[in-house]
Every structure is written in C-alpha cells, then in structure tokens.
Design a protein around this ligand. Structure first.
Ligand code: IMP
Length: 421
C-alpha cells in the first residue's frame, strides 16, 4: 500500500526492525516519526552488523530515509551513524533527510535525564538516559533548539547562549553538577552544523510529493503504544507519540493519507524500565523466556522484564492505532513450552473483570491477569507452515482482536518471517 505505518503494539522492542526491513524492500521512502537515540536497531546483512539509533534502517538497503519533525536528534549520534555508513560504502547525501523542525538533543539534556533519574531513586522511570525527556520538555516550553537552527550560525549562537545560561542554573543549583562552557558548546555545535546542513529538509513536502507521485512510503515508529506520552502507562512512558497517528503529525500530512497500519507484537511481552506489568511471568519461566528470546536491551543492555501475551493490552493497541494487520514476532521463543498462558482479561480491585484496558491508572496498577492456557507445540518452527498448536495460538489472537495476523517471526535470522495466507 502507498502509505503504511509500522507501530509497536506493546512496550517497544517488539522486533519492529525486522518487519521494517522486510517491508522497506518494497518501499521508496522510509520515515522515522518519533523518538531519538533511545531506540536501537541491529541489522545483520550477510557478515555485516549495523547498530543504528537515529536513521531509519532502510538506508542500508539504499532507500531514501527521512527523520520527521516529531523526532529528536542527537547530532553527535547522527553524525557518527552517517560517518559509519559512509565508511562502509553507503551513500547518505540525497538519501537521508532530516526535518528542520526536529529538535536537537543537547548535552545538558543527557546530563539532566541522568540526574533526574538518580534523584527520583526508587521512583525513577527507568529511562534510557539519552536526554529524550528533557529535549521534548524544552520543545514543549518553546526553548528548544531545532535542526534548522544549525543553518544559521548567528541564531544558533543566540539560542545556545540562552539555553546554556538557563541550564547551568539547573545543573549547578538543583543537581550540583558541573556547568557547560558556552564557547565550547557553540564551537562543537557549529562543527556539527557544517556536517549536518546538507541533510536538513522539508520532510512534509518530501512525503507529500512522494505520495502524489504514487511512491510507497513506510512510516516507522520507535518504542511502542504503551510508551505513548498521551495513551501509554504514564508516567512510565517516553516523551513522544509512538501511536500511528504520530506519523501524520510528525510528517505534516493529513491522517487520511495513511492506508495501512501494521502492528508489531511479540508472541509474548517484554518491558524495560519501571511500571506496572500485569502479565509479567512469575517464577523461573521468566528467566527462560529472557534467555531464549535474548531479551537484553539494544541501547542500554538492561535485562528486559518478560510476560505472557497480554490480549487486553493488544486490544487497546488495535484500537488506539487503528491496526489493520498484525505481525507476531518471536513465536519460536515459545516453542519449548508445554503450556502457554495468555492473558485474556484483567481482574480489577473491585472484583469485576474486564477485557478492555483500564482507563484509570489505579485499576491498571492493581489489576491481576486472568489467563487462559493454550497447548504448546513443542517443535521447532521451520518457516514453511506452523505446527497445528502454533496455528491455534495465532488464530486465538486473531479471534480475540478481530485483526488478521499476516506475518509471524519464526527464528532469529532476518529472513525467518513467515507470511500467513
Ligand atoms: P526514554 O524514552 O529514554 O525517556 O525512556 C522512557 C521509557 O521508555 C523507559 O521506560 C524506557 O525504558 C522506555 N524506552 C525508551 N526507548 C525504548 C525502546 O526502544 N524500547 C523499549 N523501551 C524503551
């Protein structure tokens, strides 16, 4: 379809990278619509491994790639990715486009992110400490520095002076940290400006023209639905809009331009960071899923918490994103289990049960999962056809959600994706 959004249907890390890679092969333009270097994709092509955080991975397949206004960009990270891609023989100029309206992650954002988490102690969010929250906060309070500011040294200096002056007060007085030196910051950012200015673009116009010209545009979200600032499990969320509508906002296109929304969900659930997690596995099975699924963070290396598939949360993801089909990744990780609990409802503190995601935070914090147990298949997935019990697992998900599962992840390799008819 001409305009497709790929959205994480859980708490991020659903294996979107693999699905994006697959769909990017048939796309002309790949667009990242939110987040910044808090996301991480590992792409393996033959013997080559790429770890990418800012640029859509479609660039490796030689696709045009855009970073939208709804993203935050750490210029140091972006430049190191551009350098690496170029040193490994990939073209970047004329292929990578960065919205001039995207905001920059500054070194004080990173310092403040870490300092705030430390100060919060056991109440911390568990952020990636990449400066994401503080960068989006400055955007919202209208003191952020945008990518397009890099194009004008005078404006850049003016804004940096103002920002450093204010942030130093916070760093020193609130968090007892070292201040930043204005001249040093200005010199560094002017250096970045020179490297990045050829990539600064009007990405709204770029996407509009691509769609007008009948090109296929893929929008990829980072993180996932339950980390959405408005609709996720606040405050344990990221600071942007991973839900599908975020694609239209970030790229400045009408929502009616989007044709398909592909939700990506693991066949189980993982979550990094703090916050309630109803279907979190109790006992040694959690460690077993973590080991089998290699559930350690790409960006932070932290252990991911693991849970059984949660259909209440997935039903919510289908609703708030308008998911039209689902990719169920890492089904193979469940292959050795004799029984597979699936969370079908939540039991609420007042004794009632619901199959809809609770709107009130206290209900979500205190709910208990109600599981139905399905039979495992106890066989490896070969990528040809699913064993009957695995097919029943997939059909159970489809029936509960009312959307088709069109892709299933059957193994670690990039090619291990089975299309279901
Ligand atoms: P931040 O985005 O670094 O501010 O972190 C806010 C929350 O989002 C924390 O719970 C993080 O663990 C989570 N988070 C951010 N990026 C990712 C991701 O790529 N995968 C999974 N969780 C993420």
């Amino acid at each position: 379809m001409p305009a497709t959004v790929i959205v994480g249907a859980q708490w991020g890390d659903e294996g979107k990278g693999k699905i994006v890679d697959l769909l990017a092969q048939d796309s002309d333009l790949v667009c990242r619509y939110q987040g910044g270097p808090n996301a991480g994709h590992t792409v393996v092509v033959g013997d080559e491994t790429y770890k990418i955080r800012q640029i859509p991975t479609g660039v490796i397949a030689g696709k045009r790639c855009a970073i939208g206004a709804g993203c935050v960009v750490d210029p140091a990270v972006l430049i190191s990715e551009l350098d690496e891609l170029e040193s490994r023989g990939h073209e970047t100029k004329g292929l990578v486009f960065v919205s001039g309206n995207a905001h920059l992650v500054m070194p004080w954002h990173i310092a403040l992110d870490g300092a705030r988490e430390r100060r919060l102690g056991r109440l911390q969010i568990g952020t990636t400490r990449r400066g994401i929250g503080p960068a989006y906060a400055d955007k919202a309070t209208r003191i952020g520095i945008r990518v397009q500011d890099l194009l004008d040294p005078k404006i850049l200096r003016q804004k940096l002076e103002l920002a450093v002056h204010e942030k130093n007060v916070w760093l020193q007085r609130v968090y007892e940290l070292d201040p930043f030196d204005v001249e040093e910051v200005v010199a560094t950012q002017l250096g970045y400006a020179e490297r990045l200015s050829p990539y600064v673009s009007d990405t709204s116009l770029l996407v509009d023209r691509a769609l007008q010209g009948g090109e296929r545009v893929l929008f990829e979200g980072a993180q996932g639905t339950l980390l959405d600032l408005d609709h996720g499990t606040y405050p344990f969320v990221t600071s942007s809009s991973p839900i599908a509508a975020g694609a239209a906002v970030s790229f400045g296109i009408g929502p009616n331009r989007i044709d398909e929304v592909v939700g990506v969900s693991k066949a189980y659930v993982t979550r990094v960071g703090e916050g309630p997690f109803p279907s979190e596995i109790e006992g040694p099975a959690q460690e077993r899923v973590r080991e089998l699924g290699r559930e350690f963070g790409t960006v932070t290396g932290r252990d991911r918490r693991c849970g059984w598939l949660d259909l209440v949360a997935l039903r919510f993801a289908v609703r708030v994103n308008g998911i039209t089909s689902l990719a169920l990744t890492k089904l193979d990780v469940l292959s050795s289990f004799a029984e597979l609990p699936v969370c079908v409802r939540y039991a609420l503190p007042d004794g009632s049960e619901t199959d809809e995601f609770p709107a009130h935070q206290s209900d979500f914090h205190h709910c208990r999962p109600v599981f139905e147990t399905l039979a495992g298949w106890k066989a490896e997935l070969d990528g040809e056809a699913l064993p009957p019990a695995a097919r029943i697992y997939v059909t159970f998900v489809e029936d509960a959600l009312g959307v088709p599962v069109t892709l299933v992840g059957t193994g670690a390799g990039r090619e291990s994706v089975l299309a279901l008819g």
